[in-house]
Design a protein around this ligand. Structure first.
Ligand code: 6A9
Length: 789
């Protein structure tokens, strides 16, 4: 054996250390690599969750398709109906949601009546015909010449063929698409109405391609030419504008839309009033049609459906029997019809984001069948609006309600989240400001769908043997797993700082710019909350929504024979009036309140910009309005008396003997606080933020105006407390009568005066304001008239 060589040993030792070192480093490396990939994997898995649909079987059958008519109102050359058009009123007078509709459009010199009838047959939804009747007003100086343009376009697939007669008249379009099969659309010539013969008319058409429905208006605008002359045999010559050939403007030729181009055809007819035109759609798979749905056949069908509609309306709401005048009944038919006629079928992807995504992602393609709040201004789905819509629609057609609920719940992701606003597809997106497009998966919106589900469950509990059971029970069973996840999502993602408290996520963060940072997620946008958003907040309205949701989950579980104890326990805990008092009652303000980091000493003021003497002012920024806080915020109850304070009453959380009811009834009936002759205002007139702007550009919204959805809840609650035993029964019943009368009278009066139902009503004058026509929740006036809560 060789004696140990000092150097060797050293070396060996060194090698050992080296080996260990290397091993450790390799280990570390592997570990970090594994960790890195794991983290990467987790991250991408987490990032994908927001766009992963829920795993439960879909509520809707995969083969349930809907056929859609798109009916738009174009004024002059504006092509979409915008409220800036100042039409003197338009909307559905009758619409049963299924078979027929009657719509009127009042322009300055003439009125257009558009009517449609649908006839089932074949495998693709059958036929339909539209009839457009134009009559000039007696005040019009001479019979106006009107151009109507009819668009036919395919969206994601399908094709169209134009059939042209007499060089310029697009007399029909044949086509095919997956959903519609083969079809033919015929543009009949205008007549003077009834059985009269054809009227003189000029025809133009456009045949081109379009990258998407959102581009149709631009394409038509860019194809217009003023060189045409309307020249009836015995009449003066009048120049008019019409579609000609489409020439894309130079800048658009360069930045080509990279979407696939689809067929797009326009039929334009120019004719003098009075006239009537029929457009019919015939479905290729409908072979045994008895006759064409035109002329007197159409008239008869229309008459039949109108009678059916009137009878069903009275059977459903009983307004005549209640003594409402024919004009009031006509108004309420219009309210219901506009909600039904405004229903839309949207298809496409929403843009969503979670904290795990650097950039927003596209949610898988999906469909939404929904009633929209406002056809002209925001024609798309809004989660909490929908619950209110369906409170009305479920009375008219429970099938519509089931389909709508199914669509919303089929959009839920694996986390249990449903976006608050559904902006599906390019056409919808083209009308929405960017800041509203991306939806975040930590943001909620009141789960009003439980208001509707509560009704369905109640009906089954009280009339277990009606035919309702056959449709509703299996429906609820399919819905149930999705509802469980939805409830769980609220119950985990929106928890508050104390046990059994809740907090809306997604409040505005930039506290310096807003008088009071908004809470869009609560649905009550700028209603004042804690001045300084923080995780210490708890929100009383959300708490009450959770009482409702857990209660409905418990009774539904019981009905379906599913375990209900957990839901029941949650319901009892949250609904316990002592807990509610502890979390939200402020003895100082004598009201239910939010709690958070708050100060009332805030105001918007011109930013102070220091301009050193001798320097030119224009080199410095323009002063903005910014928030000044005169007193530091502290944790306390938020003193903002209004809709939020009423929630324990609105959602029937208070027991009928709760002494808090006394305070609530007093605040409601007090003209210096919430009472007005037109309904309850959203924020007390005595509140420092009453009717205050939030920023220079952001006018007050839920800071005083009267909103019909909350008035509906208040009327419903007064009815509830007014009909069960308790110390406040009489008082509630009396206020019920007054508030109900006030709301009905004002919404009706405004409709008579303006031709519209409105988004909100002014608390000082009762005047309709904001978006219009708004036959979303404002149409609940019908339910209030019918007293069917
Ligand atoms: C405006 C303008 C062409 C605001 O009714 C829908 C919602 C309610 O859910 C919410 O409670 N509305 C209420 O505070 C309207 C929201 C409209 C926002 C988008 C875009 C389009 O311009």
């Amino acid at each position: 054996e060789k004696p140990p060589v000092p150097g060797r040993k050293e070396k060996k030792k060194k090698t050992d250390i080296g080996k260990v070192f290397i091993n450790v480093s390799i280990g570390l490396c592997i570990f970090s690599l594994v960790w890195f990939f794991y983290a990467l994997y987790m991250r991408s898995a987490l990032a994908k969750r927001v766009v992963t649909p829920h795993y439960a079987p879909r509520v809707l059958d995969s083969n349930s398709t809907s056929m859609v008519f798109i009916s738009k109102i174009f004024k002059h050359l504006q092509h979409t109906c915008e409220q800036g058009d100042h039409l003197q009123g338009y909307g559905w007078l009758m619409h049963d949601g299924l078979n027929f509709g009657v719509q009127e459009i009042h322009d300055s010199d003439f009125t257009l009546t558009t009517e449609f009838v649908k006839r089932m047959g074949g495998e693709h939804g059958g036929d339909w015909t539209w009839r457009i009747t134009a009559k000039q007003h007696s005040s019009a100086p001479q019979a106006p010449v009107v151009s109507l343009m009819f668009y036919v376009a395919t969206d994601s697939q399908g094709s169209l063929q134009a059939h042209v007669e007499e060089r310029t008249r697009l007399s029909s379009v044949t086509g095919t698409s997956e959903e519609l099969g083969n079809f033919k659309i015929t543009f009949r010539k205008p007549t003077a109405g009834g059985a009269a013969s054809d009227k003189y008319a000029s025809y133009n058409y456009l045949q081109t391609l379009s990258p998407g429905l959102d581009r149709l208006t631009d394409i038509v605008k860019n194809s217009l030419n003023r060189r045409f002359v309307f020249h009836p045999p015995s009449g003066e010559r009048r120049p008019y504008i019409a579609v000609d050939t489409y020439k894309p403007p130079p800048h658009q030729q360069q930045q080509k839309d990279n979407r696939i181009e689809r067929d797009f055809l326009v039929h334009q007819v120019t004719v003098q009033t009075p006239f009537q035109i029929e457009v019919l759609f015939e479905s290729g798979s409908f072979h045994d049609r008895p006759n064409q749905l035109v002329g007197s056949v159409l008239t008869e069908e229309l008459e039949k459906w109108k009678v059916t509609f009137d009878e069903k309306f009275e059977r459903t709401f009983g307004l005549q029997a209640k003594g409402f005048t024919p004009a009031q009944v006509k108004f309420s038919k219009a309210a219901l019809s506009n909600m039904l006629g405004g229903m839309g079928y949207f298809f496409g992807q929403s843009v969503v984001q979670s904290v795990y995504n650097e950039h927003p992602l596209l949610y898988p393609e999906g469909a939404l069948f929904t009633a929209v709040p406002s056809r002209s201004f925001f024609p798309r789905g809004f989660l909490w609006d929908e619950g209110f819509h369906q409170l009305l629609l479920s009375k008219w057609d429970p099938q519509v309600t089931r389909e709508t609920l199914a669509h919303w719940l089929d959009l839920i992701n694996v986390e249990g989240w449903i976006p608050r606003e559904l902006v599906l597809g390019d056409e919808a997106r083209s009308k929405v400001p960017a800041e509203f497009v991306v939806q975040h998966n930590e943001n909620a919106n009141p789960p009003t769908l439980f208001l509707v589900l509560e009704k369905l469950v109640e009906q089954l509990e009280t009339h277990p043997y009606t035919p309702l059971k056959e449709d509703t029970l299996p429906f609820l069973r399919r819905l149930y797993p999705r509802l469980q996840t939805w409830f769980e999502w609220y119950n985990t993602s929106q928890v508050g700082p104390l046990p059994n408290s809740y907090r809306w996520r997604g409040r505005d963060k930039d506290t310096n710019l807003f008088l009071n940072p908004k809470t869009l997620t609560s649905g009550l946008d700028d209603y004042p909350r804690a001045s300084h958003p923080s995780a210490d907040e708890r929100h009383v309205d959300l708490h009450c929504w959770m009482v409702l949701a857990s209660g409905v989950m418990a009774s539904m579980a019981r009905l379906l024979g599913e375990p209900h104890e957990e839901y029941q326990r949650t319901h009892l805990t949250l609904g316990d009036n002592n807990l509610l008092n502890e979390l939200h009652w402020s003895e100082q303000h004598r009201a239910f309140c939010d709690y958070g980091n708050h100060t009332q000493a805030v105001s918007l003021q011109q930013e102070k910009i220091f301009v050193p003497p001798g320097q030119p002012r224009h080199q410095f920024p323009v002063a903005r309005l910014v928030r000044y806080v005169r007193k530091a915020p502290k944790l306390q109850y938020v003193n903002a008396l209004g809709y939020v304070s009423l929630f324990p009453f609105l959602l029937h959380v208070l027991t009928p003997d709760s002494p808090k009811l006394q305070h609530i009834l007093r605040d409601i009936r007090d003209p210096d606080r919430l009472w007005t002759p037109y309904g309850l205002r959203s924020l007390s007139r005595a509140d420092p933020l009453y009717m205050k702007r939030n920023t220079e550009h952001d006018a007050p919204y839920w800071r005083g105006a009267i909103w019909i959805n909350i008035n509906y809840l208040a009327i419903r609650a007064l009815h509830h407390y007014g009909s069960i035993e308790g110390p406040y029964k009489e008082e509630a019943a009396a206020i019920y009568q007054e508030l109900r009368t006030n709301v009905i009278s004002n919404v009706y009066k405004q409709y008579q005066e303006t031709g519209y139902i409105w988004e909100q009503y002014n608390d000082s004058t009762g005047r309709g304001q904001g978006s219009h026509p708004f036959t979303g929740w404002s149409a609940l006036t019908v339910v209030i008239m019918a007293e069917q809560y």
